[in-house]
Design a protein around this ligand. Structure first.
Ligand code: NDP
Length: 240
């Protein structure tokens, strides 16, 4: 089996937990980050994984990075599209750049990265692609028209690519986390967070490791018959 795994946004939060879990599973992990050199350095020291700095919203950078990874480390078997940002605000006040940034970083990035790996995965007749969407892409969220649209788009993207790829033994699945303890949610005020937690039947936020465990399963041989699936992990907050 191919043992190189690429995790975008793999040096912090959910992505960091995914990188660590895949490393434990025996993968040679390359974690992509954008700006936070300090976090990337800390991650490297802690895990011994490789890191690469690039903007997943940039088509050419993604293609260059995938070529470089394959030539340095070998065939990519697993791609996890996890990098994501929020730029919250109601639509009637949303600057166009907040729309563009969120769509490009969260959704266009999936096209950029998948387009760069898919041909070789098809040729080799093996691949595992896991996209990290969100509960807010499933149900919508006040103040997140941009984020909800991008995350819902990832679900449709996943299903279409799964259909195209199944015959080539490339599986494509999407995970929809609920509220998880990371830097992204650390910015939410305590008042709002308390209200959110009251809506979660388990009455707690999730941990990055709880998402990483799902990705580990989807990347494994055990999940060979799982493709086009949407897996929710939200403490019971939204059931579809
Ligand atoms: P964090 O904000 O903690 O980490 C985001 C990571 O993505 C960082 O490593 C960051 O790099 C990287 N990143 C952001 N933009 C780019 C870019 N343009 N190019 C390359 N890398 C980039 O996020 P979380 O761990 O909380 O979230 C991870 C994913 O899970 C996201 O897609 C998010 O939408 C989704 N999610 C999160 C939930 C939560 O409650 N936390 C809930 C549901 C979904 P750098 O370190 O350089 O900034």
């Amino acid at each position: 089996m191919t043992k190189v795994a690429v995790v975008t946004g793999g040096t912090r939060g959910i992505g960091k937990a995914i990188s660590k879990e895949l490393k434990n599973d025996g993968y040679m992990v390359v974690a992509i980050f954008q700006n936070n050199e300090e976090a990337a350095q800390k991650f490297r020291n802690e895990t011994g994984c490789e890191t690469m700095k690039l903007d997943v919203a940039d088509f050419d950078q993604c293609h260059g990075a995938i070529e470089e990874i394959e030539s340095k480390f070998g065939e990519i078997g697993v791609l996890v599209n996890n990098a994501g940002i929020t730029r919250d605000g109601v639509l009637h006040k949303m600057p166009k750049e907040n729309w563009d940034d969120v769509i490009q970083t969260n959704l266009t990035s999936c096209f950029n990265m998948c387009r760069a790996v898919i041909t070789k995965m098809r040729e080799r007749k093996f691949g595992r692609i896991v996209n990290i969407s969100s509960i807010n892409g499933q149900k919508g969220q006040f103040g997140q028209v941009n984020y909800s649209a991008a995350k819902a788009g990832m679900i449709g993207f996943t299903k279409a690519l799964a259909l195209e790829s199944a015959i080539k033994n490339v599986t494509v699945n999407v995970v929809c986390p609920g509220y998880i303890e990371t830097d992204m949610t650390a910015n939410i005020s305590k008042d709002i967070l308390d209200k959110i937690i009251c809506q979660i039947p388990e009455m707690r936020m999730g941990k990055p490791e709880e998402i990483a465990a799902i990705v580990s399963f989807l990347a494994s041989d055990k999940a060979a018959f799982v493709t086009g699936a949407t897996l929710s992990a939200n403490g019971g907050q939204y059931m579809v």
